[in-house]
Design a binder for this molecule. Structure first.
Ligand SMILES: [Zn+2]
Length: 428
């Protein structure tokens, strides 16, 4: 009988999702950072642990710790070593994965810096870093044990630069915390950076659902100092010495702005509690980039569609939205395998459409949905073209912030997906 009770008890332990009480059982009020390298080529990926660090602030969620939204090309899972209970999980994507879809990855092997921040464990944990194999299948790339007392966990080595709260309507444990990091601003340009960071926040609040949840969104500005002003433009033979070594011409694509210096970006981010990183580039050049739960980049001085780009890139980095546009021979057109359902909430290959916006479709919607004058201006359907592909991939609306700069807003499916992430991060 006793044995029976024990097994019932264990059964419930394993079924129980980690709740907010579990935060205090398993985690301290600070963050744990895992730096690793993702290496390989077009077909192979290996992961190698680089460094573990303690960081002063945990800005992430304190509830729903063991549930995820099935977003991202990768995930982290943290298990309590004693009980093997899953106590934290999160999804993320990588610049490395995008590189794997470029022609260069057919020719050589490369490594990319990757970082994941989790709450700092109280007790010994096992950490798995997994790679997505399909819509709901994973393989483990890296698995290791951590004891929080380990003397070699790096501490107290953060950069010293000015930090300002731009907006702080809520406490970090109940808010989406966005850290805006200066890139390409010299010491003399710090005030300009703080003004630009405030404008970036204003741009976000031109779109739903950010307007609706304004009282749950904190924005901080970290004035990283660059030795030179501006952003590197390799295709114009112009390299500059900047704080996080970003540049245009990522994967030889002129408007694609990213940085390979992930560890450096995370050093600056660690100065505040954060859920999302936005690197603000001091340049008038049009362009940007955004990768889910990794970072977003936007240019501060572009006159062309600035609010639109700021929100579009944040759609990628914050909510894992896919691009809804498609051109013939896009640089990233090798990204999706049409025999699988993509994980991005706003595109579908129709392989597993039930998991997407099927329940939001008006009755009798034909698939694919033909473009008419009426649905060009709004409404939900299943329009062919999206995810860089003209054929075989579908999007929810004719136009959307994730498709063109002319769109007025996110389509209803994207808006709902962004809202879902806000709620996941802020609801108890
Ligand atoms: Zn959309």
């Amino acid at each position: 009988m006793r044995k029976f009770f024990i097994s019932i008890f264990l059964f419930f332990i394993f079924l129980m999702p980690a709740s907010s009480q579990d935060y205090n059982n398993f985690f301290q009020n600070k963050a744990f950072r895992i730096d690793f390298q993702l290496c390989g080529d077009e077909k192979t990926t290996t992961a190698w642990l680089h460094q573990l660090s303690e960081e002063p602030f945990w800005g992430g969620r304190r509830a729903q710790l063991s549930t995820d939204l099935n977003l991202g090309q990768n995930r982290i899972q943290v298990f309590d070593s004693l009980s093997n209970q899953l106590i934290y999980t999160d999804g993320f994507s990588t610049l490395y994965f995008e590189w794997q879809t470029t022609p260069e990855a057919k020719l050589m092997k490369k490594c990319f810096e990757q970082t994941v921040q989790i709450p700092f464990p109280k007790k010994a944990v096992k950490i798995n870093i997994d790679k997505r194999k399909g819509f709901d299948s994973w393989e483990t790339l890296l698995s290791f044990n951590v004891t929080p007392e380990d003397k070699l966990i790096r501490r107290n080595q953060l950069p010293k630069v000015p930090v300002r709260e731009i907006l702080k309507p809520a406490s970090p444990d109940k808010a989406v915390d966005i850290v805006v990091i200066a890139e390409g601003y010299t010491a003399a340009e710090q005030e300009k950076f703080f003004e630009d960071a405030a404008r970036l926040a204003d741009h976000l609040f031109t779109h739903e659902p950010f307007i609706k949840y304004r009282n749950r969104i904190n924005v901080y500005a970290v004035a990283a100092v660059s030795l030179q002003s501006g952003i590197s433009m390799p295709h114009k033979d112009n390299w500059l010495n900047t704080a996080v070594r970003s540049h245009y011409y990522t994967f030889y694509s002129p408007r694609y702005l990213t940085s390979p210096a992930t560890f450096s970006i995370r050093d600056y981010a660690a100065l505040v509690p954060y859920d999302a990183i936005y690197v603000l580039a001091n340049t008038p050049e049009y362009g940007g980039g955004g990768i889910y739960n990794f970072y977003a980049f936007a240019s501060a001085g572009s006159k062309r569609a600035q609010a639109e780009v700021v929100v579009h890139e944040f759609g990628h980095s914050f909510a894992g939205l896919g691009d809804e546009y498609f051109y013939d021979s896009d640089v990233l057109d090798g990204m999706y395998n049409l025999t699988e359902e993509p994980w991005e909430p706003n595109i579908t290959s129709l392989v597993n459409f039930d998991t997407k916006w099927k329940n939001m479709l008006p009755k009798g919607t034909s698939i694919p949905t033909p473009v008419t004058d009426k649905n060009k201006t709004g409404g939900i359907g299943v329009f062919e073209g999206g995810g860089y592909l003209t054929k075989g991939m579908y999007r929810p609306s004719y136009d959307c912030r994730m498709r063109t700069n002319d769109a007025k807003a996110f389509c209803p499916v994207c808006e709902k997906a962004v809202e879902k992430v806000i709620l996941h991060l802020t609801e108890k």
